[in-house]
Design a protein around this ligand. Structure first.
Ligand SMILES: Nc1ncnc2c1ncn2[C@@H]1O[C@H](COP(=O)(O)OP(=O)(O)O)[C@@H](O)[C@H]1O
Ligand SMILES: [Mg+2]
Length: 418
């Protein structure tokens, strides 16, 4: 099969690496890809949000299947556009991707179908939001409705902070359209857990759990980033805990989306908080997380293309997905300064010194002649496997020790229990 993968970060490198192991993949293209993906796929210089160019490329190159990995093209309706052109596409349609692209939609769905989540109100008027902030119990969580690159959430511990967040989003248009509507919710507490799942709209099969680290610096200090590292499994769940997740969150979510006429096919990401009253949904994403994909996919035993096709054919109930025993850890090497201003274009040293059983997924890199250069905030994700999370962490840091570039920054506490 001729496959086009859309995206160009560490997540897409991990997906490309896994797809490439399928005997049925004859040719893999990636748009736009990066210097690491280029060793596995033919990279095409088309942006992931250039829907016209992607559909044109898929048609003219007789692509059999397009795997849409990032949130933006899903929210823009790339899957719908490809299907309309007669091309098979993996990922939710636009009317299902809204589960991620509108937090207000997601909250209203959870309320209607009694899926556990934080209490909340939705506002599209700044005056009403400010009045609510004045009377509500603190702390308050203020969230931009739309996609905001992981920067649209403020946890406000006093009223002035909450008011400032409301003004910033609704009056100063800090996130453009994405912030014109807000969700204000109560603050939950407990450990966070990522649960990714494959679903064909009816059957939902969870992957191994994972846990990411969003803050730029050790001990969860500094600004929020796209993610500085992850481990899998992210928690040790016993069978009753799994059953509770399946019965109160996983199955109700896919059933709700189907009942709403928005069947969700693809990878569904549950951002969970394990509160004292049980697990609650913090948010949904409509795709693999990054860096979570970089620890979950290396533990997947089953052929990813088999799973993708079972989802497209709506026969996921006939598939048993197998996982490797053990654990994985991914540590992200970032450009110093990220997620604020940073420099790029520095040569990366030591890539050939990494132990052969470790994986180096490229996020922001480009090749110039024979040299790989930094080309983004997150540069590399170094992943290692081990019998336990602790050993996977040790191995990932050992592998990272071989790599260097100017201003390289990474967290030293990935995988430390919370
Ligand atoms: N209701 C809440 N209570 C406590 N913390 C929250 C709540 N909602 C969000 N958070 C924190 O904010 C982070 C980002 O929120 P999330 O809804 O996942 O938005 P996004 O990932 O789109 O930025 C979460 O990972 C969590 O740490
Ligand atoms: Mg999140």
């Amino acid at each position: 099969m001729r496959i086009l993968l859309v995206g160009g970060g560490g997540r897409e490198h991990a997906i490309a690496w896994k797809l490439k192991q399928s005997a049925r993949v004859s040719q893999l293209f990636c748009a736009p890809g990066n210097a690491g993906i280029a060793s596995l796929a033919t990279c095409i210089p088309i942006k992931a949000t250039d829907l016209d160019a992607l559909v044109r490329f898929a048609s003219s190159e007789a692509i059999d299947l397009v795997f849409v990995a990032p949130d933006d093209p899903l929210a823009l309706g790339l899957v719908d556009r490809l299907e309309a052109a007669g091309i098979r596409a993996f990922g939710p349609r636009r009317n299902a991707a809204v589960l991620e692209s509108s937090k207000a939609f997601a909250k209203d769905l959870m309320r209607r179908y009694r899926i556990p989540t934080a209490a909340y109100q939705v506002f599209d008027d700044a005056g009403a939001a400010l009045a609510y902030v004045d009377g509500a119990e603190l702390p308050l969580v203020v969230k931009a409705d739309g996609l905001a690159l992981g920067k649209g959430v403020v946890i406000a511990h006093d009223r002035e902070e909450a008011r400032a967040a409301v003004r910033d989003m609704m009056l100063n248009n800090r996130f453009g359209q994405a912030g014109l509507k807000l969700v204000i919710e109560s603050c939950l507490s407990g450990p966070e857990l990522t649960l990714l799942a494959f679903t064909d709209g009816r059957t939902i099969l969870p992957m191994v759990t994972s846990r990411d680290h969003k803050r730029a610096c050790d001990n969860d200090q500094g600004l929020n980033t796209g993610g500085m590292g992850a481990v899998a499994p992210g928690a040790d769940l016993d069978e009753p805990a799994w059953r509770q997740l399946r019965e109160t969150i996983l199955q109700p979510t896919v059933d709700a989306m189907r009942a709403e006429g928005r069947p969700f096919k693809g990878v569904l990401y549950f951002g969970l908080m394990l509160t004292r009253e049980g697990p609650k949904v913090i948010e949904y994403n409509a795709r693999f997380g990054d860096p979570e994909a970089q620890v979950v996919l290396p533990l997947l035993e089953t052929d990813l293309l088999d799973i993708v096709e079972a989802i497209l054919d709506e026969r996921l109930n006939q598939l048993a997905i197998r996982w490797k025993a053990g654990a994985a850890c991914c540590v992200v090497a970032a450009s110093g300064g990220y997620p604020a201003a940073y420099q790029t274009g520095y040569p990366i040293h030591g890539l050939d010194q990494v132990p052969s059983d470790c994986l180096v997924f490229h996020a922001g890199t480009r090749r110039e002649d024979e040299t790989i250069l930094t080309h983004g905030g997150r540069v590399l994700g170094v992943t290692a496997l081990g019998p336990t999370v602790g050993e996977a962490v040790t191995r990932a840091y050992e592998a990272l020790g071989a790599i260097s570039f100017q201003d390289m920054h990474f967290r030293r506490d990935i995988g430390r229990p919370v």
